[in-house]
Design a protein around this ligand. Structure first.
Ligand SMILES: Cc1cc2nc3c(=O)[nH]c(=O)nc-3n(C[C@H](O)[C@H](O)[C@H](O)COP(=O)(O)OP(=O)(O)OC[C@H]3O[C@@H](n4cnc5c(N)ncnc54)[C@H](O)[C@@H]3O)c2cc1C
Length: 361
């Protein structure tokens, strides 16, 4: 059995394999790095509330405990019909069952060479850019975060909090719609208040069409200056999904049934952001990747135990906790929302508990 991507769902599969090792299993995990971020702690890492090591799960160690072989490489292509995958180090691996939890990447915007553009997925280039800008002397820095959702808001507020003492670094959000469109109006107003408090300028209804080295070209002929542009523009499928024979949904993710099996190749499973469950709309969030991880672990282990597969049960009214940079957060559920330091402490406790679950004893 091959696990492709060490995301929020597969870490639970690894934990279950460690707890209940199947007798005759040969399992391997492919991931480009030996650890994976707890994504909801990323804004806290940027803001300086966490050290990177506090916000990562050690995949390599988890694999050792689960007796799973670990390949530190991406998977480039997967042929489900032939049961073969191709890894980034040029090897081909045969499998009986495979499972995908590769997350997604950020939607690109056309860019002129020379522009300094980083994405929030994967996040490492942004973290490197922050340290780079802090390590050189400069007259000033204008960072434009392009996006309208929670990731754009959280990253902008985290950067503004990190640089709160430095007058020459400015952070601004450029949103194609209203900021936090689709969230309750109270979330939006709390988000805008937090931006005002931390000095984050919010430009709404501005569609970025092209990124140049020193400016963003907007629809309608306008432009705004930029030095570092951060894309938080929403989900786009990981490149490996374009090199599979799996049926995909309109957003490019893998079409799966309620048991998280590919609808055209049932020996391939998928969960988290890279999966699209037939008949339900599952937001691309780690909350649901984690929930699907429990179902996925049961169903992948059923291959070894000859037990029956379980359907993923979706609950749309999950609690959403959005960090506001300065040790405060918004808690929202069922259209209601409240914010404060207590919500941050709640979020912090949930995230740390998740990390502890996958830490070595
Ligand atoms: C800044 C930011 C803040 C966020 N905050 C929150 C939050 O507070 N709450 C929330 O619910 N959601 C949040 N999200 C959303 C969350 O990041 C994703 O929904 C979540 O990480 C999805 O989990 P996953 O298991 O699908 O994939 P991921 O956790 O992204 O893991 C995918 C793994 O697969 C690997 N991979 C990719 N391609 C390949 C390949 N070809 N071969 C092998 N491995 C591969 C990746 O390197 C990665 O390790 C946030 C996102 C961002 C960017």
């Amino acid at each position: 059995m091959l696990l492709i991507g060490g995301g929020h769902a597969h870490v639970e599969v690894l934990r279950q394999l460690a707890l209940n090792p199947p007798a005759e299993a040969d399992v391997a995990l492919f991931n480009p790095s030996p650890s994976v971020w707890c994504s909801s702690m990323l804004p806290g890492v940027i803001a300086g509330h966490y050290e990177p090591a506090e916000a990562k799960v050690n995949l390599w160690a988890l694999c050792q405990r689960a007796r799973v072989r670990f390949f530190e490489t991406s998977v480039l292509a997967l042929n489900a019909a032939n049961g073969v995958l191709e890894s980034g180090i040029g090897e081909r691996h045969r499998f009986d069952v495979a499972s995908l939890d590769v997350g997604g990447v950020t939607q690109p915007i056309p860019t002129t060479p020379g522009a300094y553009v980083v994405t929030v997925r994967p996040i490492d280039p942004l973290l490197a850019a922050i340290t780079e800008f802090e390590s050189v002397r400069s007259a000033g820095l204008m960072v434009r975060i392009v996006g309208s959702g929670a990731a754009a808001l959280e990253v902008a507020l985290a950067l503004a909090h990190r640089w709160r003492q430095s007058g020459n670094r400015r952070v601004s959000i450029v949103s194609a719609t209203q900021l936090m469109d689709g969230f309750p109006a109270s979330v939006r107003s709390q988000a805008l208040r937090a931006c005002k408090k931390l000095g984050v300028a919010v430009l709404e209804q501005k569609v970025v069409e092209h990124i140049e080295p020193t400016r963003l070209r907007l629809a309608g002929g306008e432009s705004v200056d930029t030095q570092l542009t951060v894309l938080a523009t929403g989900y786009s499928p990981a490149s490996v999904l374009q090199k599979t024979d799996l049926t995909r949904a309109t957003d490019g993710s893998v079409h799966v049934n309620a048991c998280l099996q590919s609808t055209n190749h049932p020996h391939i499973f998928a969960a988290g952001d890279c999966a699209n469950v037939t008949g339900i709309t599952v937001p691309k969030s780690d909350v649901f990747a984690i929930r699907q991880g429990a179902t996925l672990a049961t169903n992948l282990l059923a291959n070894f135990n000859n037990s029956s597969l379980q359907p993923y049960r979706h609950s749309a009214n999950a609690l959403n906790l959005i960090s506001l940079g300065d040790n405060r957060a918004i808690a929202t559920r069922n259209g209601l929302s409240l914010s404060g330091k207590w919500a941050w402490r709640w979020k912090d406790a949930i995230d740390r508990k998740w990390i502890r679950r996958y830490a070595l004893a």
